[in-house]
Design a binder for this molecule. Structure first.
Ligand SMILES: *Cc1c(COP(=O)(O)O)cnc(C)c1O
Length: 383
């Protein structure tokens, strides 16, 4: 049977019908009054999503473009930065920072463990001459399914006084609370194919006033990702280059849907789906990869003991057409991941749990009573 694919990977995520329809319109001129209206509306709604009064700029690109822009627009060659690294995305920001000649010190945690806010506090307090220019980290570490304690880390960065806080919120924005202004985040990067319920192609970078002050001293090479022209044109409801016009249509609709649901309801839904996925997996004897109590609201990583995780993932795809994510690097074959980010409803989570449970039974690798996983997940969801 064709065309019944259910995406349960952490991006691209499923897209609502009305967002697809908006995307499917004929393009319009990007310098037209109608398009300016869309830029104005979406900018306001993006500020709402980020809980900020700062600029949120839209770049054609994937989430990495937003993070790269945030870093190269605020720092100078040779600047000292502290990078949190407890997974694949943490690693990426270390590599990116080094590629631009920054002097990187890492705060690491084992994959599956959250970053320790105290480790940041110690490193920042030890920096007597205030030479650390930025702390860079990933809020929701998608590769391991761990959510880091951004609020606590942000408080330590604020206490330092000089360092900027540059955060990958690609799988936390639109999944859990990321109040940019309240927590004092300076740069927040995200991408359309994650919590936004959109196809891939747009990335978003929010910049605090402190980040703009750093922009003035920053000397790293940049052209397409120079945020100065983005800010200047955004003030006139426009863009420096040809924007992805149809993705803007989709963005306008997706953000309207998010506003209709409301931030609290969106966060509650993701928290419930995390709890249901976790309960379902535990009930069928599958351990979680993320340390207890630190699971991401966007994705649940499962580490089946003595069972080839990749075989489970492939069988779930083959028999049920549900696409789960695999493990990356050293986690390949050891972990599969259930994405529950964005346009995901209770049924999707129940179905995924049921499909995984049925797959284990098919493989003869389950001891739990029939339906145990579904029962546990349904109990969380109120069934
Ligand atoms: C998906 C993702 C990104 C962005 O990846 P792109 O492929 O560039 O969109 C960045 N950080 C995290 C945590 C992600 O999950």
């Amino acid at each position: 049977m064709q065309d019944k694919l259910t995406l349960m990977i952490p991006g691209p995520t499923p897209v609502p019908e009305t967002v697809l329809k908006a995307f499917g319109r004929h393009p319009i001129g990007h310098r037209s009054g109608e398009f300016q209206q869309i830029v104005r509306r979406t900018t306001e709604k993006l500020k709402w999503l980020h809980q900020t009064s700062s600029d949120v700029l839209v770049i054609t690109g994937s989430g990495t473009a937003a993070m790269e822009a945030g870093i190269i627009n605020t720092l100078c060659r040779g600047d000292r930065v502290l990078c949190g690294n407890n997974g694949k995305f943490g690693e990426r920001w270390v590599k990116l920072a080094r590629a631009y000649g920054l002097e990187v010190e890492e705060v690491t945690a084992e994959w599956g463990q959250p970053l320790d806010p105290d480790a940041f506090r110690r490193a920042l307090e030890a920096d007597a001459d205030r030479s650390i220019r930025a702390v860079i980290l990933t809020h929701s570490e998608t590769s391991t399914g761990v959510i880091n304690d951004l609020e606590a880390i942000a408080a330590h960065v604020r206490a330092h006084g000089t360092a900027l806080l540059i955060v990958d919120c690609v799988t936390s924005l639109g999944a859990c609370n990321v109040p940019m202004d309240d927590w004092g985040l300076d740069v927040v990067g995200s991408g359309s194919q994650k919590g936004y319920m959109m196809p891939p192609g747009l990335s978003f970078v929010a910049m605090s006033e402190r980040a703009w002050q750093a922009y003035d001293r920053s000397d790293l090479p940049r052209f397409y990702l120079d945020l100065g022209p983005y800010r200047k044109t955004a003030a006139k409801d426009s863009n420096p280059f040809t924007p992805a016009v149809n993705l803007y249509f989709a963005l306008d609709e997706a953000l309207t849907l998010m506003q209709q649901e409301g931030l609290e309801a969106i966060f509650d839904r993701h928290a419930r789906h995390r709890a249901a996925a976790e309960a379902g997996m535990k009930a069928i004897g599958l351990p979680l990869f993320a340390a207890e109590g630190h699971g991401s609201p966007a994705i649940t990583a499962v580490a089946p003991d003595g069972i080839d995780a990749e075989a489970v993932r492939k069988a779930v795809k083959q028999h049920y057409d549900i696409l789960l994510a695999g493990g990356q690097d050293q986690l390949k074959g050891k972990v599969f991941r259930i994405g529950h980010l964005g346009f995901v409803c209770d049924r999707d989570v129940l179905t995924a749990v049921a499909a995984i449970e049925a797959t284990l039974r098919r493989m003869g690798r389950i001891d739990a009573a029939p339906g145990a996983g579904v029962a546990a997940a349904a109990a969380v969801l109120g069934g």
